[in-house]
Design a protein. Structure first.
Length: 501
């Protein structure tokens, strides 16, 4: 469920925009140039990847991790065997020093490793960390799950994102039981050199005749509008919004929902239903592991499962992981987790927008560790969401009573819009609200907030119409507040109904 709104906390969120009802089904295939045939050569970069003579150039990350050579092998005469003296701990086989000292942007590498265990039910991953000179990291991985004692091949390819980075190659095993061992052999990372031009990457722009909203504005394949904004809401605890839509006289343009880490199938089912009813789904997921474990790749398979299942839906979906993270832990681990999951989502689901959702208050008025510069992930963010409330006529935790409405335009929307634009992303309000007293005193406050957001290029306005985790009467129950939201919704474009065959 959404984080508890608190006085002095504000939040914005990215969202859709407006467009005309056109095609009933969105094609998620991006237009791109035809591929050009190429001949490629590969060059091995790994030193001592077979461990036949010694363990030179390899090590572990912690004193409780133990590394040995073993005569059990897939190639050559030996492999490396890892175990731990700390039951339930992870193990890491790490290249020392990093296999590639300096990269060239756009270079492709093919990575391979063979793994096995004598005690099945062991999972892990092969990982390459692309380390930038400033310390930022892009991570490329492939997970494995050893269900038997056979050698298993793990392989994947990736393309470097920058020049001058180093490549850190590792093989990881998750949560080894007492006495359990992970064997690794034939570790390889081959640099690919193409003889000719390669296929240009796909864009996120809609194909000719693509999806439009009711006012004619086009959406990208990931649901980002070319202009304007959609209006929507979270309704109760993921309650059916049909009754609320009947009250307002128009269906929601965007719908916020919230799910636990085990709620993937429920989320996909609800997103499919929303698309069929003309609502763009904006989903938040809690995580199955800690931020640090997720950043290290332990949740890769979970994230990929979400992306693959959502990719089968007939239209765009927006996804966020652990919204409102401020004060919940080491924010740099949250950032690293987002950097890990973003590429997984975007590469497996061309119709899914990768979004982050922050409070807004912490970024603009809080501790520097939560500033936009400090927390923005070093990966492509399609939509930046902020949960910004107006605390007029509320009392904060310090006992301060707010007698004036918050100046969201000047304090929040303007600096956020400028920063997000510099990152090539969109933004909007993922949650917003004000209480019954404010609605009575200031009948134009909701529209004024919406207009200020649109003036600063916000593309979504999602009202938090729920009593859950709420410190005041955000929920829309009074006739005055209902009328204000209904008028705002009726003046916004509608999203087309997208039904699967």
């Amino acid at each position: 469920m959404p984080g508890r709104p608190r006085p002095l906390r504000i939040a914005l969120a990215l969202s859709l925009s407006t467009a005309a009802l056109a095609a009933p089904v969105l094609s998620v295939q991006s237009a791109s140039a035809a591929p050009t045939a190429t001949a490629a050569t590969t060059t091995e970069t790994v030193t001592n990847g077979t461990f036949d003579k010694n363990l030179d150039h390899w090590g572990t990350n912690q004193s409780y991790m133990q590394l040995y050579r073993s005569t059990s092998h897939k190639q050559g005469s030996h492999s490396v065997r890892l175990k731990t003296t700390k039951a339930g701990a992870d193990v890491v086989l790490n290249d020392m020093p990093n296999t590639v000292a300096s990269t060239v942007k756009g270079t492709t590498y093919d990575v391979t490793a063979w793994v096995r265990t004598a005690d099945p039910k062991l999972s892990g991953q092969v990982r390459v960390r692309e380390v930038h000179p400033n310390g930022a990291v892009d991570t490329h991985t492939e997970s494995f799950n050893l269900a038997n004692k056979d050698w298993t091949k793990v392989d994947f390819s990736f393309t470097t994102t920058a020049t001058g980075d180093s490549l850190d190659l590792s093989v990881l095993g998750w949560s080894l039981k007492k006495g359990q061992r992970l064997y690794v052999d034939a570790v390889s990372m081959r640099k690919v050199t193409a003889a000719g031009p390669t296929t240009p990457p796909p864009t996120d722009q809609p194909p000719s005749g693509g999806l439009k909203l009711s006012n004619g504005v086009s959406l990208s394949t990931r649901g980002i509008p070319a202009s304007g904004a959609l209006v929507g809401a979270a309704v109760g605890g993921n309650a059916d919004p049909t009754s609320f839509e009947t009250q307002t006289g128009q269906r929601l343009g965007v719908r916020r929902t919230y799910f636990s880490a085990t709620g993937t199938d429920k989320a996909v089912k609800m997103a499919k239903l929303d698309l069929a009813n003309g609502r763009l789904p904006w989903i938040s997921f809690k995580l199955p592991y800690t931020w640090e474990q997720m950043a290290a790749g332990k949740g890769d398979a979970w994230a990929k499962d979400i992306a693959v299942k959502l990719s089968a839906l007939p239209g765009p979906v927006w996804v966020a992981f652990h919204h409102e993270p401020e004060t919940h832990g080491d924010i740099q681990q949250w950032k690293a987790m987002q950097e890990r999951l973003g590429p997984i989502v975007r590469s497996n689901a061309p119709n899914v927008a990768f979004t982050i959702i922050l409070t807004g208050y912490h970024q603009i008025s809080g501790n520097k560790q939560y500033s936009l510069d400090a927390v923005w992930p070093n990966t492509k963010v399609d939509l930046a969401g902020f949960d910004i409330y107006n605390f007029y006529k509320t009392t904060n935790s310090n006992g301060t009573y707010f007698t004036k409405p918050s100046d969201l335009r000047r304090v929040y929307f303007e600096p956020i819009s400028k920063f997000v634009a510099s990152k090539g992303s969109a933004w909007g309000l993922a949650e917003t609200g004000y209480n019954d007293a404010a609605a009575q005193d200031l009948p134009t406050l909701m529209k004024d907030t919406f207009d200020a957001m649109v003036d600063n290029n916000g593309v979504a306005f999602s009202y938090f119409n729920s009593p859950l985790n709420s410190s005041t009467s955000w929920v829309i129950t009074t006739p005055a507040k209902l009328k204000q939201f209904a008028n705002l919704l009726k003046g916004s474009p509608m999203y087309p109904k997208l039904v699967t065959g």
